[in-house]
Design a protein. Structure first.
Ligand SMILES: NC(=O)c1ccc[n+]([C@@H]2O[C@H](COP(=O)([O-])OP(=O)(O)OC[C@H]3O[C@@H](n4cnc5c(N)ncnc54)[C@H](O)[C@@H]3O)[C@@H](O)[C@H]2O)c1
Length: 325
């Protein structure tokens, strides 16, 4: 019988059926890496979109998938027993800011306890490198451009609070057990196959369909949009040994207002948006702007795709917008 234990040089990617992690997996697989992906396939948004992404990954012979929940240590342990991982890329998360106000408990369980479970198993099984997806939401209310050394002790949503807990646990496991950690704070990630709960997916879909857009605020708020391929590339670069570092991955001092974003979609689709204005949501940030000097210095990373070019990749593939919002 084949012994599958201790196969070296494998990486674990959690949340593999998710928007960003599926792209991270594709890039790793294209580089010839042995990738183990896991995801609990929850129904926070249309599961068929997760299955669509997963189907693409399952075509690679060097990809193995487990349907598993990072909240459950008993589901994770056999995966660590079956594979000897070089690194863990933790991109599994409850990721919507607004929904975290409705059900904060699942954010605590997945985003904090799930991280603790992974770190404990890494300690048990001697896995050396942890890459943790974190968020620009931690910077809410702080002065821009956001730098990594700002004190982020004032999270304004349960989502941000749970991500702060994840960063803190990762630091503790670095200090106590020598796990090498890169925390990546992503800034509004967009691209084809993006999340249906986020504006880029919804706005393009609704404008194409002629469905009115619900816009929270007057559209003057801005985001430092970052294209998913740039984020995935930066995530791969973050696997290098760094000790413990927090690094912004963002568009880089190039925020775009939501009004501009909508105008570009109109231009690219040749259709006019109908807009229903709603009051600003209390958990939403007004502006985001990343200082990305640290990513340049430590990872030699600079984003390659600007927001307009990235938007065009979405409007060019309208079939991926068939999933429910
Ligand atoms: N998309 C963005 O703009 C953005 C910005 C900042 C940070 N992030 C972070 O990047 C990471 C990926 O986000 P995304 O936008 O790809 O979201 P996503 O929801 O598309 O991907 C997350 C995946 O994790 C899975 N998952 C959730 N809970 C799980 C659990 N308990 N066990 C196993 N799998 C679970 C989900 O099923 C999903 O497929 C998250 O950590 C998110 O917080 C995203």
């Amino acid at each position: 019988m084949q012994n599958t234990k201790h196969i070296s040089n494998q990486v674990l990617v959690t949340g593999a059926a998710g928007f960003i992690a599926s792209r991270v997996c594709e890039m790793l697989l294209d580089n010839g890496e042995q990738v183990v992906g896991l995801d609990n396939m929850n129904d926070y948004y249309d599961v068929r979109l997760k299955e669509y992404r997963l189907d693409k990954l399952l075509k690679y012979p060097n990809f193995t998938f487990y349907k598993a929940d990072i909240e459950l240590l008993d589901e994770l342990r056999p995966i660590f027993q079956n594979h000897q991982f070089r690194s863990v890329f933790n991109l599994a998360a409850r990721a919507g800011v607004r929904y975290s106000m409705i059900n904060p408990w699942i954010y605590l369980r997945t985003n904090a306890e799930g991280v603790l479970n992974l770190l404990e198993l890494m300690r048990d099984f001697g896995v050396k490198k942890f890459i943790q997806a974190s968020t620009s939401s931690l910077y809410a209310g702080l002065p821009m451009p956001f730098t990594e050394d700002l004190s982020v002790n004032t999270p304004t949503s349960p989502y941000a609070a749970s991500k702060q807990a994840a960063e803190a646990f990762a630091y503790t496991y670095h200090k106590q057990y020598g796990i090498d950690v890169t925390v990546l704070r992503y800034f509004t990630v967009f691209g084809p196959g993006g999340r249906p709960d986020m504006a880029p997916y919804r706005f393009v879909k609704w404008i194409l369909e002629g469905t009115p857009i619900t816009l929270y605020g007057d559209g003057s708020q801005s985001r430092d949009f970052t294209f998913v391929d740039d984020i995935a590339h930066g995530t791969l670069l973050a696997e290098k040994p760094l000790g413990y570092e927090i690094i912004n991955l963002g568009g880089g001092n190039n925020p775009v207002t939501i009004n501009q974003f909508i105008e570009w979609i109109e231009e690219l689709t040749g259709k006019k948006a109908q807009i229903l204005y709603q009051p600003v949501h209390s958990a939403d940030m007004e502006y985001t702007m990343a200082n990305i000097q640290k990513a340049k210095d430590l990872l030699n990373w600079v984003p390659q795709t600007d927001t307009y070019a990235g938007l065009k990749t979405i409007t060019d593939q309208p079939e991926i917008l068939r999933f429910d919002v």
